[in-house]
Design a binder for this molecule. Structure first.
Ligand code: HEM
Length: 395
């Protein structure tokens, strides 16, 4: 009998053995405790993300789908179905297009170099905490239109909201307090901006305050909810993915060496790390209309979780799926999702991930990871390294 539970200590620490068994023995797995189905095979997840028999409107996070936490009362595009989602997402999408992100390369590289300068002299630093996190926070704060000086504390509040202790299932009152404090401050900033009379900027807050959706102006609550979503997604996942990549390249020195000679492959190395150890482990939907997958009948009102990280290790999609190999050129992956909710920040992540790696490999091609300091996140949702100290010859 399979005893998979996404909140179990074993799965929070190391989900891969459970995912392999699920794919093999029960690819459409039901857990009565959460009244939810778990899809672990690539093809099933790929297919499901484009079917309107599922809805995002009752929530998408493990907290909402499994523990039935209420989704936010105001509409946020990550929790809306088509066609409603379109208006809200369209408002924020322009700076994340391939072209717009391409124009950021110079400023992103300048930021990375500025952050690296004092670290390079030291000869050791934490890639997650001292390099990737500040970069992601600075860039997303600028895109959202949050005061730069407050952004680091806001990011810390997000981290404290997601922090989990062993044995913890879902959000504690302490986690929740951090979220409320953050939302309160964001609401003040949004209200001040709304009252300022100048909404001409390209930042998300200005755009949302001046653009109607579904024929109506957005409420302050809807703007705050979108800001929260962008802050969380824009600052949490890139640092995990970069720390993971640095770790796996260190574990495979031959592949890292090949990269130093062929810098055009840096992007593929980042892509392989996203496939091999996907930071956004699982997200879900609710069933809206009866649907059958592999003979299992999913009923309206039940939850369904997409185990992205498992799909990305599916042997029927990827040869030697459990091997980290930067020479892969996969036709498709689930790293940024699929369908209407496919990641809005995909191109930004490609840019930030590639530039960060290029600059690290230029500075310290032979870096060593301080293994005892490399620490993994403990969470049902976000996986990957949240501590990644490296050492190298100081400049
Ligand atoms: C390596 C980094 C990242 C990974 C692996 C990642 C992964 C994902 C995945 C798997 C989804 C699909 C969610 C679903 O279908 O329910 C998603 C959606 C989303 N991502 Fe990312 N993401 C990354 C970076 C970012 C960044 C930098 C931003 C912000 C700038 C961002 C913003 C979003 C948003 C807002 C959504 C929801 C889109 C919608 O519902 O229409 N992500 N991401």
């Amino acid at each position: 009998m399979l005893d998979y539970d996404p909140f179990s200590d074993a799965v929070m620490r190391d989900p891969w053995p459970a995912y392999a068994r699920l794919r093999r023995e029960a690819p459409v797995f039901y857990l009565e405790k959460y009244d939810t189905w778990f899809l672990s095979r690539f093809e099933d997840i790929w297919w499901s993300t484009t079917r309107d028999v599922f809805t995002a409107e009752r929530g998408v996070t493990p907290e909402m789908v499994l523990l039935k936490a209420e989704p936010p009362p105001d509409p946020v595009f990550s929790m809306l179905d088509l066609p409603r989602q379109r208006d809200y997402r369209r408002m924020l999408a322009p700076p994340y297009s391939r072209g717009a992100v391409g124009r950021r390369e110079e400023s992103t590289r300048a930021r990375v170099r500025r952050l690296l300068r004092p670290l390079a002299e030291r000869g050791h630093f934490d890639v997650y905490r001292e390099l990737a996190t500040p970069l992601a926070v600075e860039e997303i704060a600028e895109l959202i239109g949050l005061p730069a000086e407050e952004a680091p504390e806001m990011r810390a509040q997000v981290a404290r909201f997601f922090a989990r202790e062993p044995g913890q299932v879902g959000t504690t009152p302490e986690n929740e307090e951090e979220r409320v404090r953050l939302l309160t401050r964001v609401a003040e900033i949004v209200a001040e901006r709304a009252g300022s009379g100048d909404l001409s900027g390209d930042d998300h807050i200005s755009v949302m305050l001046r653009t109607p959706a579904e024929g109506e102006p957005l409420s302050i609550g809807a703007v705050v909810a979108a800001v929260f979503t962008m802050l969380v997604t824009g600052s949490e996942v890139l640092p995990l993915s970069l720390a993971n990549t640095v770790y796996y390249l260190w574990r495979h020195p031959d592949q890292r060496r090949a990269l130093v000679d062929r810098s055009e492959d840096v992007r593929h190395a980042y892509a392989e790390s996203l496939r091999y150890d996907q930071p956004t482990n699982l997200l879900g939907r609710f069933v809206k209309e009866p649907v059958e997958i592999r003979g299992e009948k999913l009923q309206p009102g039940q939850g369904v979780m997409f185990l992205w990280a498992s799909g990305n290790r599916d042997e029927s999609e990827f040869e030697r799926a459990d091997v980290f190999d930067i020479s892969r050129r996969p036709r498709r992956t689930l790293s940024f999702g699929h369908g209407a909710h496919k990641c809005i920040g995909e191109h930004l992540s490609w840019l930030q991930g590639r530039v960060l790696l290029e600059e690290i490999l230029t500075l310290a091609p032979e870096y060593e990871v301080d293994r005892p300091g490399a620490r993994r996140a403990y969470s049902e949702f976000l996986h990957g390294y949240v501590g990644m100290p490296i050492e190298f010859e100081p400049l």
